[in-house]
Design a protein around this ligand. Structure first.
Ligand SMILES: Nc1ncnc2c1ncn2[C@@H]1O[C@H](COP(=O)(O)OP(=O)(O)OP(=O)(O)O)[C@@H](O)[C@H]1O
Length: 918
């Protein structure tokens, strides 16, 4: 996704300026009010409430009508000019808000804060009071309709504090729809990776960070809204005060030792929440500090390339997340996405997660019962957040009620099974935290299936409140009285079609067709029925009885609604009082869902518990690709061929590099990626698709394929590939796992080969990390003779009657050829092209043999130049090979037609010129 234009830019792009109200006294009172509110919220589109619509004016109207595809109209004139206007109906506002937010706009929602009748009492010209009740921004949403239930929506802030060194940036990120709040510090160079993991909906940065050339490309190409704020929002001293105030604590000591930069970032987050929520405070947990290196660092390119949460084309289907997701609840889905995005690096914590999964794998009955309970468990966290900000409906209260019940039931099932490992015991503890009496109260107060909206009433159970029951009885009774009156009036008038009706203007009235008008206006009826209104074919009357009834009904219905409102508020307060325990239970349900989902997956697809340890081992026996395996099964396309991968240090010191050659389509990329995905799954706490796996903690994961163009950044394919390779060679330490797929293929053969060559050497000698390197440069396999920790492997194929059969089996050794032409034929290349390609290939191979290129590697000076450990290997000179000589050697003059010979002379001349210019 491209970065959205900041609203300032959008506003500036609009053609109609917002006028200054002070400029002219002829400004109407309503316009003056509008302009004042707009002036106070210049960065937002202003949704100005007028009756059943939110209206937008001036440049806002132009921006919104373009963005939403709604009609732009005019509404009166302002200072002699038409006022552009567009509007959205209030009942559909969420939908429009969602679209505007997705485009990166901020919206200020301005409501009428008094009854129009009250305004009228202040004078005929008085304008209804209005105020902004909320700023809606991409990072501060709480509505279900605006959020993806299975993904967190983070508001993040990045802060840098002078004196801490410019290369440290603190990040704070909070999801106000669930209460999650965390802080961490990172190197500036790793900020992009940290943000790629969090995927914030909105990122706050100080003006200076925003303008820093080091980060500009990141802001420009990020897939989230970047909101620059003045430096004052990132002041660490005020941040302390803001945090104390937000959490109602006298000191922040209980939050652990936060650095000044972390305080600044966390402070900016809470200040922004306060600003956008207009004082109502969503419940945030105290900021949890994530120690440096606590999670596996995975940069954005690696995440994209491994298709962790979405495929390269942006879909969830086909991603690792989709393949391993067996969760049943939205909180479980969010927790799973979080875990896959941030695998742990502490073997003990990982093992605790595996214990939980193993325990559930071994208890199918418990697992089944737990999953049955989870199926009905609502999203406690999001319901609670909406209750806290006053945007909840009766169903949110019911969600808390049913959530507590589900938590208790799950805890009972787990507890009864016995022998629970620590991770499960901790879950049981938190599940039973919320007060049972709160559940009892909600159960007693709410009907089983409450309606959506609080304002409609009807959610309190009959029998819960005697006062409410009485008001409802009166209200319903009165309705019966209306029916009785209608019958009585029909009787008295002899008009069978007479009706008692109601509307907002007349209240209750009697309605007859016009033909009875004469009768109704004559005595005795005229004494009872007062004429109110004549329509085309109906006449309407009132009676004293009806007027009296009107009052009684209105009061009873109003009273019933008011009483329900009070009950709602009391229940909401009780829910909020139970805050921390509810938050813990909600989190525990999410975690349990993930463990049970992993267990289900393990049983369903035969995954095993990996051994994750502090060593540098990487030994996968019978590994499979979690996504490709399922895709093959779904298409009934044959079994997935399991493969081993051993990158463990041969000498107990540094990890091994596996150089993988093999034909096209043989399964090289699949093999590379499956090993990276197994490491991610293992460290995220899941079982893995393998027969056995032993993994020494991976602290950083890199994965590069011969990359795609990055036109947004103005880089060519090859440039992107080299920038990414440079990042790996500069950053990968001994605990890293590096996956390189066909590096160097984006340029001329010899350049590519030389780069690939030097890259492997650097990985082996300097980075000394575990790595998998797939290539079509078969020459590289000779490196195994000189680099002791490098071994060759190939993906086997069988040739049968000129056809190639893919066995997908990885075995020690090197490939002898690429079978590119066979694959091209399978892909449907025209037969003539395939035949010609075979011819050309034969000739090239012949030339190669004659020119003795097979001996190329022996001649390369870099074999004798053994690179040292600390310093990068001295760059070997690229293979010296005369292109001209090569071309000439490939010639068979007898085969040339005179025309071809002439062309050849031109070609050779051009080549010679090229070389002279280099
Ligand atoms: N182990 C396996 N078992 C079964 N099928 C496999 C296996 N590995 C790969 N395949 C199938 O082969 C296809 C090609 O695999 P992959 O893209 O990994 O090949 P490749 O060697 O990287 O090809 P290229 O060199 O052309 O990029 C996959 O889409 C998958 O369907």
């Amino acid at each position: 996704m491209t970065v959205r234009p900041p609203d300032r830019a959008a506003a500036a792009a609009a053609t109609v300026p917002v006028p200054d109200p002070a400029e002219d006294a002829r400004v109407t009172p309503m316009m003056r009010q509008y302009l004042e509110i707009k002036a106070a919220n210049p960065d937002c589109l202003l949704f100005y409430r007028m009756g059943d619509f939110y209206e937008m004016f001036f440049s806002d109207a132009e921006v919104a009508s373009r963005a939403l595809g709604i009609t732009l109209t005019q509404r009166g004139k302002h200072l002699g000019q038409d006022i552009p206007m567009c509007g959205v109906p209030v009942h559909a506002a969420d939908d429009y808000l969602q679209r505007l937010i997705a485009l990166g706009h901020r919206v200020a929602v301005c409501e009428q804060t008094e009854d129009p009748a009250a305004a009228r009492r202040r004078g005929s010209k008085a304008v209804v009071r209005r105020d902004v009740v909320r700023l809606v921004t991409p990072g501060t949403l709480t509505e279900d309709t605006l959020l993806d239930s299975r993904r967190n929506n983070y508001l993040a802030a990045a802060a840098r504090v002078r004196g801490m060194g410019d290369d440290v940036v603190a990040l704070a990120w909070a999801d106000i729809s669930t209460g999650d709040f965390a802080v961490a510090e990172t190197q500036a160079s790793e900020l992009a990776a940290a943000l790629a993991r969090i995927e914030p909906g909105e990122l706050l940065v100080s003006d200076s960070l925003y303008d820093d050339p080091q980060f500009r490309p990141l802001w420009r190409t990020a897939g989230w809204t970047v909101t620059p704020l003045p430096a004052a929002s990132f002041d660490s001293i005020s941040a302390e005060r803001r945090l104390r105030d937000y959490f109602g604590v006298a000191t922040l000591d209980g939050f652990g030792a936060l650095s000044r930069a972390e305080l600044a970032a966390a402070g900016a987050v809470v200040a922004y929440v306060d600003r956008t929520q207009m004082g109502s405070r969503p419940p945030l947990s105290p900021p949890a500090r994530e120690p440096r290196g606590a999670v596996m660092a995975i940069d954005a390119a690696t995440r994209a390339n491994l298709e962790l949460v979405a495929t390269l084309s942006g879909e969830r289907r086909g991603s690792l997340l989709a393949a391993v997701d067996r969760t049943l609840t939205a909180p479980g889905g969010r927790e799973l996405a979080r875990r896959l995005a941030a695998p742990l690096t502490d073997p003990a914590a990982i093992s605790a997660r595996h214990d939980a999964v193993e325990w559930l794998v071994g208890r199918s009955e418990v697992r089944r019962a737990i999953r049955e309970t989870l199926r009905t468990a609502p999203d406690i966290a999001r319901a609670r957040a909406r209750i806290a900000v006053g945007r909840a409906g009766p169903r949110d209260l019911a969600a808390i009620r049913d959530g507590i019940a589900a938590a208790r039931s799950a805890a009972a099932t787990l507890g009864a099974a016995g022998d629970a490992p620590a991770a499960i015991a901790a879950i049981i503890d938190r599940l039973t935290g919320p007060d049972v009496s709160l559940h009892g109260r909600l159960e007693a107060a709410l009907v089983d299936r409450p309606p959506l909206l609080r304002r409609d009433g009807g959610f309190v159970r009959p029998g819960f409140s005697a006062d409410l029951d009485e008001a409802r009885a009166l209200r319903d009774e009165s309705r019966k009285v209306v029916a009785g009156l209608q019958a009585k009036y029909q009787e008295a008038t002899g008009i069978r079609t007479l009706k008692v009706r109601h509307n907002n203007v007349l209240g209750y009235f009697v309605e007859t067709t016009a033909q009875h008008m004469e009768k109704m206006s004559a005595e005795p009826l005229a004494g009872v029925f007062f004429h109110r209104q004549t329509l085309a074919s109906q006449v309407r009357y009132s009676t004293a009885e009806l007027a009296d009834l009107e009052g009684r009904i209105a009061t009873a219905a109003e009273r019933a609604l008011a009483l329900e409102g009070e009950i709602f508020d009391a229940l909401a307060a009780a829910v909020l009082a139970e805050g921390t325990a509810l938050e813990a239970a909600a989190a525990a349900l999410g975690e349990l869902d993930v463990h049970a989902g992993f267990a289900e997956l393990a049983v369903e697809r035969d995954y095993v518990r990996p051994l994750v340890e502090a060593s540098l081992a990487f030994e996968i026996i019978g590994g499979r690709h979690p996504v490709v395996e399922q895709a093959l099964a779904a298409d009934a396309a044959g079994p997935f061929v399991a493969n081993d991968c051993d990158l463990s240090p041969p000498d107990g010191d540094d990890g091994r590099i596996l150089l993988l050659t093999g034909p096209n389509m043989a399964g090289k990329s699949t093999f590379l990626r499956q090993n990276a995905l197994i490491a991610i799954l293992a460290q995220a706490g899941a079982f893995v698709p393998a027969a056995r796996a032993r993994i020494g903690i991976v602290d950083r994961l890199f994965s590069r394929v011969g990359a795609a163009d990055d036109l947004a950044r103005g880089r060519s394919t090859f440039m992107v590939e080299m920038v990414e390779t440079a990042a790996i060679l500069n950053q990968a330490g001994p605990r890293a796992l590096v996956i390189l797929d066909e590096i160097g293929r984006g340029t001329a053969t010899f350049d590519g080969l030389s780069i690939a060559w030097a890259t492997v050497e650097h990985l082996h000698e300097v980075n000394r990390c575990r790595a998998l390197f797939a290539t079509h440069f078969h020459e590289l396999t000779a490196l195994a003779e000189t680099l002791p920790r490098l071994s060759n492997a190939t993906v086997k194929v069988k040739e049968w009657k000129g056809e190639v059969i893919f066995l997908h089996e990885v075995a020690p050794g090197a490939a002898d050829r690429s079978y590119g032409i066979q694959v091209a034929r399978l892909a449907g290349l025209p037969a003539a092209v395939v035949a010609r390609a075979r011819e050309v290939l034969e000739r090239l191979e012949e030339t190669d043999r004659r020119a003795g290129t097979a001996g190329l590697v022996d001649d390369l000076p870099l074999f004798s130049l053994k690179p040292r450990r600390a310093a990068p290997a001295a760059a070997p000179s690229p293979p010296v090979h005369s292109v001209l000589a090569e071309r000439l050697a490939a010639l068979i003059p007898d085969d040339l037609t005179p025309r071809q010979a002439l062309d050849l002379i031109y070609e050779l001349k051009a080549l010679a010129q090229d070389m002279a210019e280099q």
